[in-house]
Design a binder for this molecule. Structure first.
Ligand code: UDP
Length: 245
């Protein structure tokens, strides 16, 4: 039975990082295709405004609170979450684990060449890891069946889908029944980071819950996306007020 907290209609798992990783490892050993999504405030706000996207997030087997804003929101709503569980860290934990168990991962997403570069860097970081295949994230609808076949033929157990939100969640949901992988995870720009093309925030920013600020300063063109943050907080505050009426 999942312990979830409702943040603006999205069910977020109230879990520690260690528990999330154990659950994800179990999903890798379970028949069928499980889905893990990693909502940050932008994603929750998008789901609040898009009922279809909200349904998709709520059909996941696990939704981790990826951004610290989601953790603050849960607190404001009077239903605190244990901690932030970043999708990127969970992905790293899974890679570390499968590098020892012999299971394999397929990397799907990002611009041409990035998934290959990510694979090479991951081989250095996790000796013993098997990357069963790679596929860039720029494709047309006609290519979809061939991509599913490529993923299934690779024999991968784990699939990282890195197309950005909500595209990756919608793609996973639409194709889940055709996939033979045990676990799909939507993890945004992770392949850009694995490949070394984009740097993750230094540890100090992560520890101080300021990863979002680092990402913004490094890439001010994301301003439009960060504008979702104040809107998210205002909507949460209003929702908390309505709850206490
Ligand atoms: N992307 C993709 N196909 C698309 C659109 C985006 O593969 O049609 C990739 C893009 O190249 C990037 C990732 O999706 O690697 C999204 O990264 P972003 O940092 O925007 O995602 P976030 O982690 O913020 O959701």
């Amino acid at each position: 039975m999942r312990d979830t907290i409702n943040v603006l209609g999205v069910n977020i798992d109230n879990i520690s990082f260690g528990y999330a990783l154990e659950k994800a490892k179990q999903m890798l050993k379970t028949d069928g295709t499980s889905m893990i999504f990693t909502p940050n405030p932008e994603i929750v706000m998008a789901a609040y405004e898009d009922p279809e996207f909200k349904e998709i997030l709520n059909s996941a087997d696990m939704c981790t609170p990826d951004g610290i804003g989601v953790v603050y929101a849960a607190k404001i709503l009077g239903t605190p979450l244990r901690e932030r569980v970043a999708g990127f860290d969970l992905a790293c934990g899974l890679l570390e684990s499968i590098s020892k168990t012999g299971e394999s991962v397929f990397l799907f997403g990002a611009k041409p060449g990035i998934a290959e570069a990510a694979r090479d860097k991951l081989y250095e970081k996790y000796p013993g890891l098997t990357v069963a295949g790679v596929q860039n994230g720029y494709f047309s609808d006609e290519d979809n069946d061939a991509i599913i076949k490529k993923i299934n033929d690779s024999g991968a157990n784990l699939l990282f889908v890195c197309l950005g939100a909500p595209k990756q969640e919608k793609w996973i949901y639409a194709n889940k029944d055709k996939l033979n992988v045990n676990l799909c995870m939507g993890i945004g720009g992770a392949l850009d980071v694995f490949s070394g093309n984009v740097k993750r925030a230094p540890e100090i920013f992560i520890k101080c819950n300021l990863e979002w600020l680092y990402r913004f300063c490094k890439n001010p063109s994301r301003l439009g996306r960060f504008a979702a943050l104040p809107k998210f907080m205002l909507t949460v505050k209003k929702s908390a007020k309505d709850k206490n009426k």
